[in-house]
Design a protein around this ligand. Sequence first.
Ligand SMILES: Cc1cc2nc3c(=O)[nH]c(=O)nc-3n(C[C@H](O)[C@H](O)[C@H](O)COP(=O)(O)OP(=O)(O)OC[C@H]3O[C@@H](n4cnc5c(N)ncnc54)[C@H](O)[C@@H]3O)c2cc1C
Length: 124
Amino acid sequence: MVSDVVIAGAGPNGLMLACELRLAGVRPVVLERLPELTTMNRANGLVGQVVRMLDRRGLYQPLAGESGPPQPMPAFFFGAVPMDLHTLDDNPFYLIRKWTGSGVRQDAGGAQGSRLWFRRRVRG
Ligand SMILES: Cc1cc2nc3c(=O)[nH]c(=O)nc-3n(C[C@H](O)[C@H](O)[C@H](O)COP(=O)(O)OP(=O)(O)OC[C@H]3O[C@@H](n4cnc5c(N)ncnc54)[C@H](O)[C@@H]3O)c2cc1C
């Protein structure tokens, strides 16, 4: 079986990269050291350009539970620091407050037909 690219790790970055490569006609294989995709929630929300990237792939609405495209946040608290964002000409601050990482992973790993091998540790 031939693969063009080997991706180490089936985290969000590895799976999203596999999707993007598939869309470009490249055949990746994702090697994951764990026996299965982790269901541990390690993101309460997503901030920034990743939100627009997910939207380009049709994932924003199901993850955010919204019916329209992402809208920039007019204001946000970074820790205890209030940020007034609505005065920016090109406000880059997008947010998904609540999401399910496992949903992304299923879409990412399955829909694009990427090959995903578990119990494979990449060694340098
Ligand atoms: C408690 C917690 C809360 C967080 N909250 C947020 C949040 O609210 N918002 C946010 O944006 N981010 C949050 N993060 C950060 C976010 O989880 C990470 O930025 C994100 O998971 C990174 O994705 P990744 O694909 O780069 O790496 P990972 O998610 O770490 O995935 C890497 C994968 O590679 C596998 N792997 C590692 N080494 C090898 C190897 N040698 N061979 C094969 N497989 C390998 C691992 O088993 C793992 O599955 C949080 C993190 C934690 C721990």
